[in-house]
Design a binder for this molecule. Sequence first.
Ligand SMILES: Cc1cc2nc3c(=O)[nH]c(=O)nc-3n(C[C@H](O)[C@H](O)[C@H](O)COP(=O)(O)OP(=O)(O)OC[C@H]3O[C@@H](n4cnc5c(N)ncnc54)[C@H](O)[C@@H]3O)c2cc1C
Ligand SMILES: NC(=O)c1ccc[n+]([C@@H]2O[C@H](COP(=O)([O-])OP(=O)(O)OC[C@H]3O[C@@H](n4cnc5c(N)ncnc54)[C@H](O)[C@@H]3O)[C@@H](O)[C@H]2O)c1
Length: 473
Amino acid sequence: MDPHFDLAILGSGSGNALVTPDFDDKRVAVIEGGTFGGTCLNVGCIPTKMFVYAADLARDVRDAGRYGVDATLEGVRWSDVRDRIFGRIDPISEAGRKYRLDGPNTSAYLGHARFTGDRRLTVALPDGRNESLTADQVVVAVGAHPVVPDVVTESGVPIHTSDTIMRIDELPERLAIVGGGFIAAEMAHVFSSFGVHVTVLARASHLLRHLDTGIAQRFTDLAREQWDVRTGTNVVGVERGAGGAGVRLHLDSAAVVEADLLLVATGRRANTAGLGTEAGGLRLQEDGRIEVDEYGRTSAPGVWALGDVSAPYQLKHVANAEARTIAHNLVHPHDLRPLPHRHVPSGIFSHPQIATVGLTEEECIDRGIAHVSYVQAYGDTAYGWAMEDTTSVCKLLADPSTGRLLGAHLMGPQATTLIQPLVQGMAFGTTVQQLARGQYWIHPALAEVVENALLGLRVGPPAFSGDSQTTLG
Ligand SMILES: Cc1cc2nc3c(=O)[nH]c(=O)nc-3n(C[C@H](O)[C@H](O)[C@H](O)COP(=O)(O)OP(=O)(O)OC[C@H]3O[C@@H](n4cnc5c(N)ncnc54)[C@H](O)[C@@H]3O)c2cc1C
Ligand SMILES: NC(=O)c1ccc[n+]([C@@H]2O[C@H](COP(=O)([O-])OP(=O)(O)OC[C@H]3O[C@@H](n4cnc5c(N)ncnc54)[C@H](O)[C@@H]3O)[C@@H](O)[C@H]2O)c1
């Protein structure tokens, strides 16, 4: 008889959080086919931001002379940076694995799982054996993997993805990055700040094309000052570089780019191939993601999905929020909660930093939504002026009749932190006037950029008489 569980969880990333006290007296199987802890901990959010922190430091040292503080960057000890980062991360992953292996009510299966029937699974263990199990409820949280275009795969030239680039032995002199999205923007910042010559090859006319066009264009202009940015370009051929080392990329413009290392960052696809979705009764979307309803239920009764394998956003805070919702839904079948997909913010930890939530101006126009917009320059507020900032902005969009925010788009220092009151305002339906004048904003903190952006929006009458927009206090 195959072992039977109350709950089987596929994937130890966000899925790991599903083992709540509600399952204290139940039997839970956690199945992990890769590194324990998933993408965010091992190859995603956490290590990238640890590298970004070091990169920001290197940049600040280089720029310090502008403020009369003479400092010289004597070097970046790549292997020390790398080993410090993974020396902190790897033990956490290992401790999580051990905890699940030895945990009181959990059984850890360390192998790749696939469905063989309704809530019936087989796990391929590393020693070649297969173990089967069944469960009352199954949660699929198997994440996504980097997609590599055929032209690169078929070349046979060694490449890196975000899964491997952070563990390389030494910094290359030249790094080429294919892709113009999140990972390209963050990795270009990290490696260029460490002294690597970076070339970014993007298909679209500007980088980060999912952003509000005004912000994406400004970011691309600033990126061009730091990296060799080729937009509107396709890689049509890949071969090894001279003497068999490095890589040579042929572009559709007939240009050739040479580099020592190639990073491919062209999106991530749900890990549904080889998962036996058909045997398990799970319907897929066209792009390979598992189809779920508003509560996270798949087409197979008793089977749920969350995170990158099914979500409309490949973001850790979304995967975490979905895990919290499904943890509730698993044990409250008559009080199901919907997956929280409203007002989802995201941040890009590049140089400059970007944060965004809600609609872009183009989306407002395309959907015929009445809106007003305002762009506040950091440099026109006290702290931004002190920093002598000339490029950073906070762009807000609001509904002129209700006074509610429709979207917020920040580009500049601390953007991912500064956006939070705006996310909060959207989540709780606070009006622009209430946000601007219903609370104090600390003077002369950088948050005055947000305050002044709110005051700049022409929405309805002011909340309190006598209010006016301030710049330098
Ligand atoms: C370089 C990078 C940087 C990122 N930075 C950020 C950031 O700053 N902020 C942010 O919000 N998001 C960021 N993300 C996205 C974020 O990491 C993901 O959205 C999030 O980790 C997804 O969590 P998950 O639980 O859905 O999947 P994962 O964490 O990927 O977990 C899935 C797990 O399932 C395992 N698995 C796969 N198939 C099977 C199988 N058949 N059987 C058993 N186990 C299986 C995998 O090995 C993996 O451990 C980043 C991603 C990358 C790649
Ligand atoms: N800070 C963060 O929150 C963060 C950081 C990194 C990654 N992530 C998540 O991980 C996901 C994956 O990141 P990503 O940068 O790989 O994807 P992305 O979707 O952000 O960008 C992919 C880029 O590759 C380009 N592209 C796609 N196919 C191509 C091809 N065949 N040839 C050339 N270019 C091609 C696209 O035009 C786009 O510019 C992101 O969408 C994001 O959700 C988040």
